[in-house]
Design a protein around this ligand. Structure first.
Ligand code: AGP
Length: 616
């Protein structure tokens, strides 16, 4: 889950690579490097640390160059250091490679190459791949009609197990860059007289809107004005040129201090984008054309299993609750990383939903493939058009939330919950949900953007609460029913960016052990809407207060009782119960954000994390 970007064209390459790496830095940020080809050969510069450190290291270019490959790293093999940073070179020192993914069989390959006299400088799996390609290149007949480099890449990749998105250059092949992918994303960008390779389309926005999402086992050759795509096993393959549907500004931070804060403030539009063209007033229902299922097939669904990781799983847990509670469809959500190795007996008409903002999370992709291998229909809920999950699923729903750059997911959670609401409306209205309930839910959707704005207007007050508790070593988040996954999500946000140890629990679990953690230094956030469980939530607050635990309550506007119980209060507007999680998470995203700011954390690039987890 590193970021790679490559360029060949007429422009000076270094500024393009450094700018591109800056846009990919959320994918991994422990070290970085570039390799460019000048008329005196390869020039490699790499450094542990951020892109800014590399940029200073690169400094003023000595020799012009119009082609190069580059990388920003999230370490899997070998600690973050100058020597382990990419690019890596082969034995001849004339071939350079950058790689996103994991070469699972690099140890035996390394041993075999060492026996053949290769010497390795780094602890990485990637350097082994560079040497392997270099070996195939060296052994290839010189006169292979200009295909020596691409064929060396292809034959080397036949020996490799694992995942890769790579870009390769060789001194003997000025003007040519080879790219290949299996399991890790790689996008080809088509410019005027220039070509790009990138791990993510958003990094290409300032340069082109025209991209090709390479498929697994695709091998691409790019040159200044042309490109070709073939597969690992056979010649040319089909590809589709797609137009990116968001403007470059969408991937800019604008006037916001952090991408996370920008994305929190985008959520009124996130809702509008998620429901646009999908609410059917006349039938008091929702239509999701991308599911590729007939009404009869939707009617016959016996069970829904939602698969996801992290925030996506939390949204899926709320979705499963909605489907059972409001649409009478048996449903569950499971950790994708756990599900894929289970052997679950499931009804024939079970439909899977793989939920993933990036559409590239390896565990979710693996679990979806496992469900499809067993003959189940697997649908995707993704934000990235052209992502692997979106392309390999049997259909699905695009979130249209625009690029999410902040590593901590915010608007994607709200978008996913909103989409599960649409699915619930659609399937519910095919079963026992009345038209009046359907209309009530549609009206609730229409009010959501303004209601979200009303919460965003309380940011200063929420920031003050965050400041007050930011020195806590540990925080508890408590919620019931729909709000238990909200508690999990809020705790994840707090952990991810403030590094405060935070955990979410079903509120009633407090008495069964968690309450031992309560003391005057451990604040509890109680999600306490004025719903059918209000009294029970008040009792939970009293249990915490009885152990001198400070309580922050997220309550419903107009709730006059709660102020007698909690130390700090955040009021949110009321909506239908199944959509209330969308409003309840908003102040808790801001709470985590402002706690992290108060602690001076790097909010957009929290330690040890990366935006898209493409390794298992
Ligand atoms: C959430 O803030 C994290 N970035 C992480 O848990 C994330 O939700 C998870 O890795 C799933 O990512 P996806 O939605 O892109 O699959």
């Amino acid at each position: 889950m590193c970021g790679i970007i490559a360029y060949v064209g007429r422009r000076e390459v270094r500024p393009i690579l450094l700018d591109g790496l800056g846009r990919l830095e959320y994918r991994g940020y422990d070290s970085a490097g570039i390799a460019v080809l000048t008329d005196s050969g390869l020039e490699v510069q790499k450094k542990a640390g951020r892109i800014a450190d590399l940029s200073r290291h690169v400094g003023k270019p000595k020799k012009p160059s119009h082609q190069g490959i580059s990388h920003t790293r999230w370490a899997t093999h070998g600690e973050p250091s100058d020597v382990n940073a990419h690019p890596h070179l082969d034995r001849s020192g004339k071939l350079a490679l950058v790689h996103n993914g994991v070469i699972e069989n690099y140890q035996p390959l390394k041993r075999a190459l060492t026996e053949q006299g290769h010497t390795f400088h780094s602890a990485t799996d990637t350097e082994v791949l560079a040497h392997l390609i270099g070996k195939h290149y060296a052994e290839a007949p010189a006169s292979s009609n200009g295909r020596r480099l691409i064929d060396a890449v292809r034959s080397a990749l036949h020996d490799v197990k694992g995942t890769y998105g790579i870009a390769v250059m060789h001194e003997d092949y000025p003007g040519v860059i080879i790219g290949a992918r299996r399991g890790s994303p790689l996008v080809l960008g088509i410019g005027e007289g220039e070509m790009f390779l990138s791990s993510d389309a958003t990094a290409l926005l300032p340069y082109t809107q025209k991209v090709v999402y390479l498929k697994d086992f695709d091998v691409a050759e790019i040159k200044a004005g042309q490109f070709a795509v073939e597969t690992l096993t056979s010649g040319d393959t089909d590809y589709e040129i797609k137009e990116l549907d968001f403007a470059p500004e969408a991937a800019e931070r604008g006037d916001y201090e952090h991408f996370m804060l920008k994305e929190i403030h985008e959520q009124p539009h996130t809702i509008e984008n998620a429901v646009r063209g999908r609410l059917n007033q006349e039938e008091a229902s929702a239509q999701l054309g991308g599911l590729n299922m007939t009404p009869a097939q939707l009617r016959d669904i016996e069970r829904v299993v939602v698969l996801g990781c992290g925030t996506a799983l939390h949204a899926g847990m709320i979705g499963a609750h909605m489907l059972e509670n409001e649409a009478c469809v048996a449903a569950e959500a499971d950790f994708a990383s756990e599900f894929r190795f289970k052997n679950r007996p499931l009804q024939r008409n079970t439909v899977f939903f793989a939920v993933s903002q990036s559409g590239e999370t390896a565990d979710t992709l693996g679990a979806m493939r496992e469900a499809r291998r067993k003959g189940f229909r697997a649908l995707g809920i993704c934000n990235n058009v052209g992502s692997t999950i979106a392309r390999e699923s049997d259909g699905g729903v695009y979130m249209h939330a625009g690029p999410e750059i902040g590593v901590a997911a915010t608007k994607s959670f709200v978008s996913q919950v909103a989409i599960f609401g649409l699915l619930t409306l659609c399937l519910g209205r095919m079963r026992y949900m009345s038209a009046s309930t359907g209309r009530e839910i549609i009206q609730a959707y229409e009010k959501l953007p303004n209601q979200i704005n009303r919460i965003l207007e309380q940011e200063a007050a929420i920031a003050a609460i965050a400041q007050k508790y930011s020195s806590a070593k540990s925080m508890l988040f408590l919620g019931r029913q729909y709000n238990y996954p909200v508690a999990l999500e809020a705790a994840l946000k707090m952990k991810e960016i403030s590094y405060i140890h935070a955990a979410g629990f079903p509120a009633a679990e407090l008495k069964h052990g968690v309450i031992a953690l309560i003391d005057s230094q451990t604040p509890s956030v109680c999600i306490c809407p004025e719903d059918s469980l209000h009294e029970k939530n008040i009792s939970t607050i009293q249990e915490v207060k009885a152990r001198k635990g400070p309580v922050i309550a997220v309550a419903t506007e107009g709730d006059t009782e709660i102020k007698h119980h909690a130390d700090d209060l955040i009021f949110v507007p009321r909506t239908v119960e199944m959509l209330q999680p969308i409003l309840n998470i908003l102040p808790l995203q801001l709470l985590a954000y402002h706690a992290a700011v108060a602690l001076g954390r790097d909010v957009d690039k929290p330690r040890n994390l990366a935006k898209s987890v493409t390794v298992e």
